[in-house]
Design a protein around this ligand. Structure first.
Ligand SMILES: [Zn+2]
Ligand SMILES: [Zn+2]
Length: 384
């Protein structure tokens, strides 16, 4: 222990001397250094094994131009390495004929801010060499959460892309010109407000057989879940208003009319203290929703598409559309049915599908079909 302590203090002394010698550097977090050398060069050092250079990374910029200094790392001692690098920078200054708008202070400021952001929010940071484009990801330990921004002026950035669902006019995040630090703080604040929304969706994903969307992302505010062999529920949540839930019913007309009636009658008993999943179970008086079949397990017997005869189509979707005939057990992929209707001579447009009939028994196909398809198609055109 004593020896270890002495080693620690010895390292501490070395670091103090290091920072004294290279007074332009400051330590932003443990063994991470940043500074502006000779008012022209931004220097960043990560020395995890200080004073040794093992595992280190180093970069330097002349204004916004990145310089090839990584090769300076081959020596084993930080001081020696830094001396070599500064020599190189002095020389670069002498021979360089490039005239650059240096703006070194603002680049340095951005780097410092990014260090703070990383420290405060535990996110990952990616940027191009002149930090004109920045991507922050992994907020709240979820890789899919991200924020991308572009530099508008010296220290001001504008958000160009993000992982949030559509929040309407309630956020102005996209329009601000602000520092990366301010953008990150606002983003985290919104994520905090979305905790309940994501938690509700997560429960549905875990405990229901979600048939749409096939790929879960951080933006989609709805799920289509299986209710029984022929009935599916489309549950749409409001990201910022957990109590605002919209349920749409897909399936044979008589059956969904009954369920809609039940839902409307019992809706007033909705318990805001319980999650969406628990409330839905209570409303429909069931113990659980059908669960997803394990990946790799056998597909549902008897639920293959009546047109292509397979369970999953080429877009990995399962059949969810059936007709109104109780005795007809067929169910179809949306895509297959769409093709079928388009092949009919008398079908005008596909979106007038509510007049469509079952390819087998000729009974009416649920009128919820066109709306569903419309939604799904619209959703597909959203940026991903
Ligand atoms: Zn099919
Ligand atoms: Zn039928």
């Amino acid at each position: 222990m004593v020896e270890k302590f002495e080693n620690m203090s010895e390292k501490q002394v070395k670091k103090e001397n290091f920072l004294k010698k290279y007074s332009f550097l400051s330590e932003t977090s443990h063994n991470r250094f940043i500074g502006c050398y000779d008012s022209k060069f931004t220097v960043r050092l990560v020395l995890p094994n200080f004073p040794d250079t093992e595992g280190s990374s180093v970069c330097a910029f002349h204004g916004i131009i990145p310089l090839d200094v990584q090769s300076m790392l081959k020596t084993g001692d930080s001081t020696e390495m830094l001396d070599n690098m500064l020599q190189y920078l002095d020389k670069y200054q002498e021979t360089s004929t490039e005239r650059v708008d240096l703006n070194v202070d603002s680049v340095l400021k951005i780097f410092k801010q990014l260090e703070t952001v990383k420290h405060d929010h535990g996110c990952k940071i990616f940027s191009n060499s002149d930090v004109s484009k920045i991507k922050l990801s992994g907020f709240k330990a979820i890789d899919a959460n991200f924020l991308e921004m572009e530099r508008i002026s010296d220290g001001d950035f504008q958000v160009t892309s993000h992982s949030l669902p559509d929040l309407g006019s309630s956020i102005e995040l996209f329009k601000w010109h602000a520092s990366p630090e301010a953008h990150a703080a606002a983003f985290v604040q919104i994520l905090d407000q979305l905790d309940e929304f994501y938690s509700n969706l997560h429960t549905l994903d875990e405990l229901c057989h979600v048939v749409e969307p096939v790929d879960i992302d951080t933006r989609t505010t709805w799920r289509i879940i299986k209710f029984n062999q022929k009935v599916f529920l489309k549950i749409t949540l409001h990201p910022l208003q957990p109590a605002s839930v919209v349920v749409a019913f897909l399936g044979p007309t008589a059956e969904i009319e009954y369920l809609r009636e039940l839902y409307n009658t019992k809706l007033e008993d909705w318990d805001p203290e319980s999650d969406v999943y628990t409330n839905l179970l209570r409303i429909f008086e069931i113990m659980a929703f059908p669960m997803r079949i394990e990946p790799g397990g056998l597909d549902d017997e008897g639920s293959q598409c009546g047109i292509c005869m397979s369970y999953r189509d080429d877009r990995n979707k399962i059949p969810i559309i059936s007709c109104d005939n109780e005795k007809c057990s067929l169910i179809f992929h949306i895509g297959c049915l769409k093709e079928w209707f388009m092949s009919l001579k008398d079908s005008r447009t596909f979106f007038a599908i509510s007049v469509g009939t079952c390819p087998y028994c000729k009974q009416k196909v649920s009128s919820s079909f066109d709306e569903l398809l419309n939604n799904l198609e619209l959703n597909r055109t959203n940026p991903t």
